[in-house]
Design a binder for this molecule. Structure first.
Ligand code: SAH
Length: 228
């Protein structure tokens, strides 16, 4: 079973969208698991304070090192990689998702306010993940993104492993256009080649479409693909 631990101030948000559909079935089948930890549970004062103002001044509040570290230490799993969701982190992508899908267990810390005390990141050897160059108000939405992209890669979760292979990014190319019934809709027919039954022709058409879309929309991916 692939395991995750989520450290958050808003435990009620989880598992959110992740216990629906195929992911929900996979959760029941114990193909994956999520333990949600409320960071506030390890707050020590009677007000359950989790944050404080930054030394040196500046706006906002920081998650306190002692509270977060206690929370992590109480739930420590030997050998487990711990990640803090943060705009400063390594940019998350499909390869990163694949790498994490091969771990036994990962911990994700959802930050809030201005972030967390730096000392907890260094002493607990925490890696940072960013889901993109923009700033969210909290790490929860980022945790959903990271988990969603990992879960579909776990054996048995989607049921059809082939559908993963064809997906955007897996081959370094974006996906080709897809069509379903009805064959004619608003006077537009689906491309003739898809009705031909000629698997080779279909494969070539899809590849050329994928290449054209990638070249047009993502010159960065196109360069990488051409150099491979
Ligand atoms: N002051 C911080 C931003 C804090 S945003 C900075 O300038 O770097 C509040 C929280 O939202 C963060 O602690 C983090 O957990 C989450 N977050 C914001 N943007 C994110 C992103 N692009 N990727 C992952 N997590 C993000």
């Amino acid at each position: 079973m692939w395991r995750s631990q989520i450290f958050t101030l808003y435990p009620e948000i989880f598992p959110g969208p992740l216990d629906k559909g195929l992911y929900g079935k996979a959760l029941e089948k114990k193909l994956w698991d999520m333990k949600v930890v409320n960071i506030r549970d390890t707050a020590i004062d009677k007000h359950k304070t989790v944050d404080d103002t930054p030394y040196g001044g500046g706006s906002g509040m920081l998650l306190k090192a002692d509270v977060l570290a206690n929370s992590l230490d109480q739930n420590k799993i030997d050998g487990e990689r711990i990640f803090y969701l943060s705009p400063r982190g390594k940019k998350f992508d499909q390869n990163f998702a694949l790498e994490l899908s091969k771990e036994k267990s990962i911990s994700l810390i959802c930050g809030h306010f201005e972030g967390v005390d730096e000392r907890v990141l260094t002493t607990r050897k925490i890696e940072e993940i960013s889901i993109g160059d923009y700033v969210l108000s909290g790490g929860e939405a980022a945790a959903f993104v990271v988990l969603d992209s990992i879960l579909r890669l776990l054996p048995g979760v989607l049921g059809n492993e082939k559908s993963i292979e064809d997906e955007s990014f897996q081959s370094g190319l974006l996906e080709y256009p897809q069509y379903t019934k009805p064959q004619i809709w608003e006077k537009k027919s689906v491309p003739e080649v898809l009705l031909s039954g000629d698997h080779n022709k279909i494969k070539n058409w899809r590849l050329s479409q994928s290449e054209a879309i990638t070249r047009d929309r993502r010159p960065d991916l196109w360069q990488k693909y051409k150099n491979n």
